[in-house]
Structure formats: structure tokens, C-alpha cells
Design a protein around this ligand. Structure first.
Ligand SMILES: [Zn+2]
Length: 600
């Protein structure tokens, strides 16, 4: 069906078409005075619909409300894509990968600006950096084009023309998604509705009639364009609205005889809707340093060393606050406590006493990385996701703790507030915490010493296995392993960390079902799309029944457990949950050791 020279030109052109058609729908609102009485024009309290037609009208109205509500927001949007190749034993495995990170502007159409434009100045043309990132070797080879906007397009069914003039709605059935009862409709664009119209299925919750899930593609690609298939999920994270949070895309066919062996899987996550929009005046706001109350006895001047430490703390606070403001650092929360427990275990058993406590925070992005600034250790969400157990988490944290213990301070230049004044998208060009190789080696050495004296001494085999699995996949996962702020875990495709642990680990064996070296992405940490908070996933472990179930470092579909909004002050029996479905080993990391449950 597909030929290799098709161009995946996902939907960028569509944005323009849709914008051009925008005026057509405005005066012609389907919820006008002629709408059925029961769902009549915008009344504060609407009577429940009594027919499926009225349900559709209400859903259309709610979709337009959502579009209006989200217009001032500029969430962070991340797409991580793995191109797949068929492995006879393991099935589809990653062949190479791509990573996009940007901010979406939902005001007029859907537009985005990218964090990863090429180094330095930020390119004159904002698409240029994005384009470069997309068109790597793979795309040159197959003449494919991935437009990151394409992956995030399906946050709405149709930004401008979601109405009865453009679409036919056919009721399919009722279905529960998680705790939420839904009415399911199949949607097809009308014959003359034009290109780039949504084709697929929507799930409408049966209380306020918001769309909570969209699954399908866009209809009538032109000869040299191609629309992705997408599964788009919304969560009820604030009262009254269901916020687009996850989009899964997948293309490809590995059945025998399929002509085209090109395939990919991609996860798109949105978060940080409630971040302040980066207006010009916002960027010029002086960063306030939250000063810790001075505990030293009165009438004492700072000694040179005390001044040095104060200075470092100022830099640390600046960086933490700046990253949080850009949506790249999760607010303090439960996951930090898990990390903190492990750090404490390392500190206590090694008699480490530091003038200030070590703090831990979570970077909200997927690429595997850690770094530290002052006494704050920062670990990426993606790295926490793929670590198989607490021992391997200890391995990761011990390296950063070693930098702190050895006084490898980086980032004191950020104590100058002017260095915090940049646009969010320029974060990676303006901040950096990379150590020189000598410091990396010294930190590894110290880390291994600390681990051997810690409660994790007996659990380092899995940590070594994790590094081995990382080594096996490293050549294919360059985007996932590209650190944006700290040192990458690999150098030129080779794992550059903790070689000593690798040597002590047993051989890696995919067929050993009880050997879990690394987990798929998304299995441990869930990120709240609205407020960017992170928490540990609470999922039942699923038994692994074949080597193909292991999916180390891989992308899987999303299957969040939908639930209605719970006010945060009532402890929710079942908090808004988002776990990935195909997660073989979603055992929660706590301070106690948890090992994924293998099948027997
Ligand atoms: Zn390091």
C-alpha cells in the first residue's frame, strides 16, 4: 500500500488549510438559536440530552468551549519516536529514534516553537532547527518527513470546523474507559468537507459530554502527503475540562508479505498548561531568590567559605526556579521523596555529612539524563521510568552524589540573575551542567565505593545488567541518550558510566524471563499535564510471558485509567491515573526493593 517515496508530511500544511477555512465556521455556529431546545443556546445549567443527536450537539459545544479555554495556553509538547525494525526473536525493536520538544501555542491555530533548534543563537527561522532535527539519515534514506506538529495535531478533532456541516456522526455503543462511562461515536467527514478532516472514533463522557479520547487519522491525504494514525487521550485534571495529555502514534506492518517494512511508534506528551505564557514582560522579570532563613548566630560575618557556599546555593536556587518556570522541572512532590530516600540511604551508610542537605528533583522530559547543580540532584522522568529496581536507581543517584561529595560544583555562574533571562525555548542553549571526563571518572569511582558500603551492595547485579542492556540499545537510541543539560550516559555510542558494575553483572539474556534489565518508557512516573507534577505510577505488575514482553527502553501505547476530577484536598481513592498499558513491570519503586514479577 505504501511506497517508500511517499512523504509523511503530517499536517503542517493542514494547519494552513484549516486556518484559511476558519472564517467559514464562525458565523455559522451549529449551536445557534435553531439548535434543539433541550440543548439550547448557552444556558448556565443545561438539561441532559435525551437523544443521540443532542449528545452530539453538546459534545460539539463542549469541544468549542475547550478550544476557547485552552487558547491562551502554551503547553510543553514532547514527541519521542522510535523507528522499528523486525528482529526475528524480539519482534519489532528500535532501529533509530527521534526526539522533539517544544511549546505549543493554541491561540489561533496550533503552532509550536522548538527547544532543540541548533546550538547557539537560536535559528533565524524557527522551523529551521526543527527541520534539521527531523531530517536525519533515516529521512534522507527513505524520503520520509516527520513534522512534529503532526504528532500533536490531534489534540482536537478539528480545530476550526468541528460541526455538523463538515462531519457525520454515527453512534456506536457505550463503553467504560477506566471509571468513566462513555458514549462512542464514529465520525466521518462529509464528501465536500475538504482535505485533512478527522476520520475515526470519539469517546464522549456521559456527564458533561466532553470528548475524552480520539482515535483515528485525517482523511484524504493528497498524493504526496500522509497522515499519521493517532490515539489521543484527555484527562479531567481541572474542574469542567478534559485536558489533552497523551497521543500515541504508530505506523507500519510487519506481517509476512507486507511490502513496506518501515514502521515507527511515537509517544507525544503534553504538560505545563498552567505555565505562565512567556510574554516579553515576563522574561524581564527579575528572578526572586527564595532565601533560606539565616541560621548562623547573630553578628557573624560570612567567612570566605561560607560566602562561597551561599553563592553556590544562590546559583542552585536560580537554576531550579528557572527550569521549573520553563516546565522542565516538576514541582517538588512524591517522586522526590522516593529519590531522597535512596540518597539518604547512601549518605547514612557512608557517613556523609554535608553543610546543606542534598535535594532531588525530577526533570519532566524523556531523554535519559542526570545532573546536579549545587546540592540538588536532578534525574529525568524517562530515566526513572526505565530503571529496573531500586539498586539501579541508587547507581544513578550515587554518581551525582559523588560529584557533590567531591566538590565538583558546576553552575556558580548562574548566581548572576541576568543569566536566567532567556526564553523558555532557549533553555538548553543557556544552561549546561556537563563535567569534564576526569570528574566523571572520579565520580564513578567514588560512587562505586559508596554503593559497596550501602544497603545496595548486594543489589548491584541488576544495575550492571541495566548498563549492559543500555549498551545493547545505545547505537539505536541516540536521541533518547542525548542529554540536554548534563553528561550523556553514553559517549560515542558506548556506555560511559560505572564500567565496574557492568563487569560484575551476569550475561544479558533476553530469553530469561525473570531477568529484567530495563523497562519500557512510561512505566514508573506519571506527569500531570496541567500542573506538571509527577507521581509514581500505581499499576499492577503484569506477568512477562515472552522475550517480546520486555520492551526495554521502548515506546508503548498509552492507556490512562480515566477518572473524574477529584479536588486535591480530598485524598483520592483513585487519583487521575495515567499508566501505559503494555507495561510488563510496573512495580512501584519505593524505598523498599521492588522487583518486577516474572511469570513462572
Ligand atoms: Zn557526572
Amino acid at each position: 500500500m505504501r511506497t517508500t517515496n511517499w512523504i509523511i508530511l503530517a499536517l503542517l500544511a493542514l494547519a494552513m488549510t484549516a486556518a484559511a477555512q476558519q472564517s467559514a465556521s464562525a458565523p455559522n455556529n451549529s449551536q445557534g438559536p435553531t439548535a434543539p431546545a433541550a440543548s439550547g443556546p448557552a444556558q448556565p445549567a443545561l438539561a441532559p440530552p435525551t437523544t443521540m443527536d443532542q449528545v452530539v450537539d453538546r459534545a460539539i459545544m463542549r469541544e468549542h468551549d475547550l478550544i476557547k479555554f485552552l487558547a491562551p495556553h502554551t503547553p510543553v509538547v514532547e514527541t519521542y519516536l522510535q523507528n522499528l525494525t523486525q528482529d526475528p526473536q524480539l519482534g519489532p525493536i528500535p532501529e533509530n529514534d527521534r526526539y522533539f520538544l517544544g511549546r505549543m501555542d493554541l491561540s489561533d491555530s496550533i503552532d509550536r516553537s522548538d527547544f532543540l533548534s541548533d546550538k547557539g543563537k537560536g535559528s533565524k527561522d524557527k522551523d529551521e532547527g526543527m527541520e534539521k532535527h527531523l531530517l536525519g539519515g533515516f529521512t534522507k534514506l527513505f524520503k520520509f518527513q516527520y513534522q512534529p506538529l503532526g504528532f500533536s495535531w490531534m489534540i482536537y478533532a478539528d480545530r476550526n470546523d468541528f460541526d455538523r456541516q463538515h462531519y457525520d456522526f454515527r453512534y456506536a455503543r457505550r463503553e467504560f474507559l477506566g471509571d468513566v462511562r462513555c458514549l462512542v461515536f464514529d465520525i466521518t467527514p462529509k464528501k465536500d468537507a475538504g482535505r485533512g478532516r478527522f476520520l475515526g472514533r470519539i469517546w464522549i463522557e456521559d456527564q458533561d459530554f466532553n470528548i475524552v479520547r480520539l482515535n483515528g487519522t485525517y482523511a484524504r491525504p493528497s498524493r504526496n502527503s500522509y497522515y499519521f494514525h493517532m490515539d489521543s487521550w484527555r484527562l479531567n485534571l481541572i474542574p469542567g475540562y478534559w485536558i489533552p495529555a497523551y497521543i500515541y502514534s504508530e505506523e507500519g506492518d510487519f506481517t509476512a508479505g507486507a511490502r513496506n517494512k518501515i514502521a515507527f511508534k511515537a509517544q507525544t506528551r503534553l504538560w505545563g498548561y498552567n505555565l505562565k505564557t512567556g510574554t516579553a514582560s515576563d522574561e524581564l522579570t527579575q528572578i526572586r531568590v527564595d532565601s533560606v532563613k539565616d541560621e548562623t548566630p547573630a553578628a557573624q560575618d560570612a567567612s570566605p567559605l561560607a560566602a562561597e557556599r551561599e553563592w553556590q546555593q544562590q546559583a542552585e536556587d536560580n537554576v531550579v526556579e528557572r527550569l521549573e518556570r520553563a516546565g522542565l522541572l516538576a514541582p517538588e512532590g512524591d517522586v522526590d521523596k522516593v529519590l531522597q530516600t535512596v540518597v539518604n540511604n547512601l549518605e547514612i551508610t557512608n557517613n556523609i555529612e554535608l553543610p546543606r542537605p542534598v535535594r532531588t528533583r525530577v526533570l519532566t522530559t524523556s531523554p535519559l539524563e542526570t545532573f546536579s547543580v549545587g546540592n540538588t540532584i536532578i534525574v529525568s522522568r524517562g530515566l526513572i521510568d526505565v530503571l529496573p529496581d531500586e539498586g539501579s536507581l541508587a547507581m544513578v543517584l550515587s554518581h551525582e552524589l559523588a560529584h557533590i561529595v567531591l566538590g565538583h560544583n558546576l553552575g556558580s555562574q548562574y548566581a548572576f540573575n541576568d543569566r536566567m533571562l532567556f526564553s523558555d525555548e532557549a533553555t538548553f542553549q543557556n544552561l549546561g551542567f556537563k563535567h569534564i571526563p576526569e570528574e566523571e571518572m572520579a565520580a564513578d569511582k567514588k560512587a562505586v565505593e559508596m554503593l559497596k558500603a550501602s544497603p545496595y551492595a548486594q543489589k548491584l547485579e541488576t544495575a550492571g545488567l541495566f548498563l549492559k542492556a543500555l549498551q545493547v540499545r545505545a547505537p539505536q537510541l541516540t536521541a533518547l541518550l542525548q542529554a540536554h543539560l548534563g553528561n550523556s550516559m553514553t559517549v560515542n555510542g558506548t556506555v560511559a558510566r560505572m564500567a565496574q558494575l557492568t563487569n560484575g553483572a551476569p550475561p544479558l539474556d533476553w530469553n530469561k524471563l525473570d531477568q529484567i534489565a530495563a523497562l519500557p518508557l512510561g512505566g514508573r512516573v506519571k506527569l500531570n499535564a496541567w500542573d506538571s507534577k509527577v507521581e509514581m505510577v500505581k499499576a499492577q505488575p503484569v506477568a512477562i510471558t515472552s522475550a517480546r514482553d520486555k520492551m526495554p527502553f521502548e515506546v508503548t501505547p498509552f492507556f490512562p485509567r480515566l477518572a473524574r476530577y477529584n479536588a486535591p484536598n480530598e485524598p483520592a481513592a483513585n487519583p487521575v491515573a495515567a499508566t501505559t498499558a503494555a507495561n510488563p513491570a510496573a512495580a512501584t519503586t519505593t524505598a523498599t526493593n521492588t522487583t518486577p514479577t516474572p511469570s513462572n
